[in-house]
Design a protein around this ligand. Structure first.
Ligand code: GLN
Length: 378
């Protein structure tokens, strides 16, 4: 069979979670919380199911949820989105990313992707016949030199994908980055795909730089959000995409034949839950506390730590422990020591060896402490 994606194999998240299970290791690899969803939210889902909301939701998503998303975005970023024409509820962030890329990218189109990059971007570009143009960022700060990015822009560049707070590095873009992005896109028609699924998980007083804050960027951007990340319900697979009407129109053409519509009782429950802003505004504080517990429990270890500024991931530099490749070390750490992580080199197209592993701290404190206890001894 001639494969459309010959270089793609099973995602690292599946591989490492399975390895963790086989070896009964503490699983800090794949990003998902090990603590429960708010009981009131779960009750709501049940309530809507009991009330009989069990048939198709509208293709675009339940209006109540689209309105709640628009309100949240207006409150947080002062950018109005029309829930009727500019917001669509998706089956998670990944499906929103898939639909946005597929809707726009044609044969030979170029898409600029910063690496390390979340693993679904490039395969989706390639599936559409487009070409991923990689811009490597390097440890420990992963700063972007926008003048260098500008040099990659050609008449074929159709899209730039950004992600803040950033998976896997835990870094965040600054207002300065956003102004630079505005500058390099002002004389072209490049569309921005802004993966903001960790928007409500940001620490140390940093403000999330949504493209929605910048009207000149917002008018050319798809923004992707995720309720799974914000409300600890990654298994529900519900997220959203916001974009100006001309982009959203194309997005929906793909969305309707990709999933058609998304889980209805969950959407209705989320709409109610979003009405109380504290439900999403308090998430950062909860995760900052977890990051602090993880980082302080690693005191005295030989791992070098550049504290995560957002997301629920912490990178650890193991240069002082071993010179093994990260792909080897993460496997050995899982099998021999019982802690699973994700090797960061897999997020690059040409593996660079910065000796970095990614650890997910969306876990109960007790789990984090147990893992740190093992890591400190290495
Ligand atoms: N987003 C999660 C992570 O980065 C994993 C999602 C998945 O397993 N595909 O770990």
């Amino acid at each position: 069979l001639s494969s459309k994606l010959p270089k793609v194999s099973t995602t690292i998240f599946t591989v490492m979670s399975q390895l963790a299970k086989e070896h009964n290791a503490i699983n800090l690899s794949q990003g998902f919380p090990d603590f429960p969803v708010a009981e009131s939210l779960v009750d709501k889902v049940y309530e809507y199911m009991k009330k009989g909301f069990n048939q198709y939701a509208p293709m675009q998503g339940e209006m109540a949820l689209r309105e709640a998303v628009a309100e949240k975005m207006e409150n947080m970023y002062s950018q109005p989105y029309n829930p009727d024409t500019e917001i669509t509820i998706t089956a998670g962030g990944t499906q929103a990313i898939f639909s946005a890329i597929t809707a726009l990218i044609k044969e030979e189109d170029e898409v600029i992707i910063f690496t390390p990059a979340y693993d679904c971007y490039a395969p989706t570009v390639e599936l559409s016949g487009g070409k991923a143009i990689y811009f490597p960022l390097r440890a420990p700060n992963y700063d972007i030199d926008w003048n260098e990015v500008k040099k990659l822009i050609t008449r074929r560049t159709r899209m730039i994908i950004i992600n803040t707070p950033h998976n896997p590095t835990g870094q965040v873009l600054s207002a300065g980055d956003m102004q630079q992005l505005e500058r390099i896109t002002k004389d072209n028609e490049i569309v921005i795909l802004s993966d903001e699924v960790y928007e409500h998980i940001i620490f140390d007083g940093y403000e999330h730089q949504s493209v929605a804050r910048y009207p000149k960027l917002a008018e050319r951007s798809f923004i992707v959000g995720s309720f799974g990340k914000t409300f600890h319900a990654t298994g529900w697979k519900v997220g959203y995409c916001a974009a100006p009407e001309n982009l959203m129109k194309e997005f929906r053409k793909v969305h309707q034949y990709n999933v058609f519509a998304v889980n209805r009782p969950v959407q209705l429950a989320l709409a109610d839950h979003l009405k109380d802003p504290s439900n999403y505004l308090e998430v950062s504080e909860m995760y900052q506390e977890k990051r602090n517990v993880f980082v302080s429990s690693l005191k005295g270890s030989r791992f070098k730590i550049n504290r995560s500024a957002g997301t629920y991931f912490q990178l650890l530099d193991y240069s002082e422990i071993t010179d093994e490749k990260d792909t080897d070390f993460s496997v050995r750490l899982t099998k021999e020591h019982g802690v699973a992580s994700i090797p960061v080199s897999v997020f690059y197209n040409n593996p660079v060896h910065d000796n970095m592993l990614r650890f997910c701290f969306a876990k109960e404190e007790e789990t984090l402490k147990r893992a740190a206890e093992i890591l400190v001894k290495l």
